[in-house]
Write a protein that binds this ligand. Structure first.
Ligand code: ARG
Length: 590
């Protein structure tokens, strides 16, 4: 039931000059339910009705109060607002019906049906470590992927690997001079990155050496661009070695991609886009290079072809965007990267617009702030990049310590520590609006009582444990439409009205109110591309759940018990769904 709509229907006869949709759109949901479960502000009406807002509110209240529908308990004018109070039992019934009929689908929508959303995210650079600079794009990208999918969009996750460019010339040069295949297969990215270091160390020895190495490197770039098999073979192997390490991280994060078309894929497609730019009269020569002038758009020129004929990051992104539009005919194409790449995206989006592609407006740079970490507290060498694998390991180890202490009897401690440790990192990254810097503090992040991932997970586990005590939690299987029969005791729609009558206390009402808002929160997170809306929602729901749990006895042994267990089940289900949207596991015990 859409209460805003129903309230608008109540008001509509008394507001003949306003469209019902407009009334519904104006209805607010005060953060504090004491100010009305819903409220209609009368301020805008003052002008047309030539009356003061409080007068309008009072008149509307008088006109509607005479015949309140059963779902409305009261309508009260307060200042210029008309406040609506729902009949709690009716509300409880509405919410429980909605959740219990399709627990796992609750909150989803088909608003995106038939529309494709591309999400270019994570995209690490081959032969380099997967470091924390890619944490934001990886977890935000994944959350948006999940959120859009839940909204019914066809979502395509694209890992646009940084697998092409001048650095591979250096790498190849260094590998052929000093590299050892077997050793690199052993050491992986550590071995590969040390080749870069060696390249630069040797270059510093003498100008002659530097020149020789640089020119060999440039040569390799040209050779590879022209399809040199020896070079490409080594390059492919380097990609594989790197991918193996990345895959380990993706596995731990539960991430996979629909497409791994990286920068190299566009190597032989760039001439076509450069030609297209030329034929559209967009290219200008500048110091031997080819650029698209963007002065009229208050941006520096977008570099397309270097003096030496090489192409650039922007050239590849322009080419990739055209290819993606051809392949997917996307509704939206999102690029999740740090704010520091803002100019790059603004530039190449503009170039595509100048090329006449009207779909350029459907491309969005989803940027995020810096990752700020007190490096001294991390057990890696100072000055070194923080590797993602180390970050995940450390989170898991620290969580394991906490669990050893808190729940010494837990069976699968290591598994839970991994889920909670990684969950804490993901949650922390998305607890604030994207553009804010993500501040990293182990102590705060792993606090089981703070506004954290572990707190939300812990609340979920608490709910599971009550259900289990009542024999209602199937330990081995997630509730799904097939095994919902196990939950018959309380999952019985015919009985929901009875349970609803028993769930009218303040604490139950608050849980129900939050659950009712879940679908709207997901829609808002999608509209604003802001997963933190879900994180905040989850903390509020976990807090409401704990308040309820600390105030009311659940296992009373009578009808009330079944009603309360139903509510616990609904809360648990929504918490797990919200965590899943963020890419976080919901262990049943911790
Ligand atoms: N590989 C790039 C980096 O690590 C990110 C790629 C983002 N996607 C894109 N289409 N440019 O900075």
């Amino acid at each position: 039931m859409n209460y805003k709509q129903s309230i608008a229907t109540q008001l509509s006869p008394h507001l003949p000059n306003i469209a019902i949709e407009e009334i519904a759109a104006a209805i607010e949901q005060p953060a504090d339910p004491k100010m009305g479960h819903f409220a209609y502000p009368c301020f805008k009406l003052a002008k047309t009705l030539r009356k003061a807002p409080p007068v309008i509110a009072a008149e509307l209240a008088a006109a509607t109060a005479a015949a309140l529908p059963p779902w409305l308990q009261a309508i009260e004018p307060v200042g210029g607002y008309l406040n609506f109070y729902l009949t709690r039992s009716h509300f409880a019934e509405t919410v429980l019906q909605a959740v219990l009929h399709q627990p796992l689908e609750y909150g989803n929508s088909n608003i995106g049906a038939g529309k494709v959303v591309l999400i270019d995210y994570s995209s690490p650079n081959i032969a380099k470590h997967f470091h924390v600079g890619h944490l934001g794009t990886t977890v935000i990208g994944r959350a948006l992927y999940n959120i859009f999918k839940f909204q019914g969009y066809e979502t395509i996750g694209i890992n646009y690997l940084g697998d092409w460019g001048t650095s591979f010339g250096k790498l190849l040069t260094a590998y052929l001079k000093w590299g050892d295949k077997a050793e690199i297969e052993q050491t992986g990215l550590v071995g590969l990155t040390s080749l870069y270091v060696r390249f630069h160390e040797e270059s510093e020895k003498s100008p002659e050496m530097a020149e020789e190495l640089e020119s060999t490197a440039r040569n390799w770039v040209v050779k590879m661009e022209n399809g040199d098999e020896q070079g490409l073979e080594i390059w492919r192997w380097i990609c594989n070695v790197s991918m193996q390490e990345y895959q380990k991280i993706y596995q731990r994060l539960g991430i996979s991609f629909e497409s791994y078309r990286g920068e190299s894929y566009y190597n032989d497609k760039m001439t076509a886009s450069v030609d297209e730019l030329r034929s559209k009269n967009l290219l200008t020569e500048s110091e031997g290079a080819l650029v698209v002038e963007l002065e009229d758009h208050k941006m520096p020129p977008c570099l397309i072809v270097r003096r030496d004929g090489g192409t650039l990051y922007a050239t590849r992104d322009i080419t990739a965007a055209i290819d993606r539009h051809k392949t997917y005919n996307f509704h939206k194409s999102l690029y999740v990267t740090g704010t520091e790449q803002k100019l790059h995206f603004s530039q190449f989006f503009k170039v595509l617009e100048l090329m006449g592609y009207s779909w350029a407006k459907d491309m969005l740079h989803i940027n995020y702030g810096l990752f700020i970490f007190d490096a001294g507290k991390m057990s890696t060498r100072k000055g070194q990049v923080i590797k993602m694998a180390n970050l995940l390991d450390e989170a898991t180890a620290k969580t394991l310590d906490i669990i050893q202490e808190k729940s010494p009897n837990l069976e699968n401690k290591a598994e839970v520590a991994e889920q909670v440790g990684i969950g804490a990192i993901i949650f922390n990254q998305m607890y604030n609006s994207r553009i804010k810097d993500a501040i990293f503090s182990w102590e705060r992040m792993l606090n089981f009582e703070g506004e954290t991932g572990p707190y939300v997970q812990y609340s979920h586990a608490r709910a599971c444990s009550v259900l289990e005590k009542a024999g209602l939690l199937d330990k081995d299987t997630e509730p799904n439409p097939q095994n919902l029969a196990n939950y018959q005791n309380f999952y019985l729609p015919a009985k929901i009205p009875q349970y609803a009558e028993l769930l009218t206390d303040d604490e139950s009402f608050e849980i129900l109110r939050l659950i009712y808002n879940f679908p709207e929160k997901i829609a808002e997170a999608a509209e604003k591309y802001e997963p933190f809306i879900i994180s905040r929602f989850l903390v509020a729901l976990a807090q409401a759940f704990n308040k309820f749990y600390n105030t009311h006895q659940v296992l009373t042994g009578d009808e009330v018990q079944v009603a309360r267990l139903t509510l616990v089940f609904a809360a648990k289900t929504v918490i797990a769904s919200g965590l899943a949207l963020l890419g976080i596991a919901a262990p049943k015990k911790m």
